[in-house]
Design a protein around this ligand. Sequence first.
Ligand code: PLP
Length: 367
Amino acid sequence: MIPFLDLKAQYQSIKPEIDAAVSKILESSQFVLGEEVAAFESDFAAYCGTTHAVAVNSGTSALHLALLAAGVGPGDEVITIPFTFVATVSAICYTGATPVFVDVEQASLTMDPAQLEAAITPRTKAILPVHLYGQMADMDAILTVANRHGIPVVEDACQAHGAEYHGHRAGSLGVSGCFSFYPGKNLGAYGEGGIVVTSNDEHAKKIRMLRDWGQEKRYHHVLKGFNYRMDGMQGAILRVKLRYLEQWTEARRAHARQYNALLRGSRLETPQELAGRRHVYHIYAVRTGQRDQLQRLLQAEGVQTGLHYPIPVHLQEAHRDLGYHRGDFPQSEAAADQVLSLPMFPEMTPSRVEQVAVAARQETSVY
Ligand SMILES: *Cc1c(COP(=O)(O)O)cnc(C)c1O
């Protein structure tokens, strides 16, 4: 069987360092925040090219606090895309604001900047593009529209650790950027985790207070805050793993190049890395009109695949109250019907990549 993801293989490759980091936390008893989390924050800010990073307990919490720091609240609107993981939209709802969708571009499945202007109203308080699958949205075009209206851009970089847009790292182009360290993400904790990066001093200060009960100092609650702190253990583990991230990202990119070459000329549409962008392939998704059939056939061959995502958020039952309908976002709806995520993780071997590609090619030739 070829798994979609193999977290154990990665742990085994760095076991002594991880075990030492965990043991250090157990000995110091700094179980929540503490020195290791603070050190990870500086390391991750440096990695992203921002002056601050504030570690929290999930990517969803990171998005929630970044939006609050941008001044988003009840009665406001935040523009995002429907072809994303539901957390992007949930975080907007947590603030009391209303999510407003624009469709994605066909080539990248990220926010279509051409549709942005028409979605802006006097209530628009933030724009939240998603760097889906590990490729950054068209930030120049998005920022041009946003700046013309004086609206802050918060990046959902939960799938895009180390991705770049014309040499700028994900998270460094908007007023803030939000990352998830859910175990399956490109940089994964051994539990839940997230972080906001920003070079805005005010936003950093506010997010730092909000994650820890709105305290300025102990028991002095300046803001109505949350318990969104990162565990000491996760900070220590992530600090070790961050040192390997570039190596792991290059391995993902090599697998993607190999998939692309082996699938060239087949009936499968392979992902495009657009000019000026560094795709980090959190997800390697191909497209086909016979998606469900291909998934079944690959499963029968022992190849695990994933669907990211089968239903766009505007058609989810939980968000019916937003009033959208099928047909509103044709690119997102087509993608939801056609994308299939192939196995992709750094520890995959070239022979496994070949096995998957050959199987996928064979199955699609029989339609
Ligand atoms: C994973 C993810 C999130 C949420 O992160 P959690 O750490 O699971 O809360 C938000 N947005 C996107 C695009 C994601 O992939």
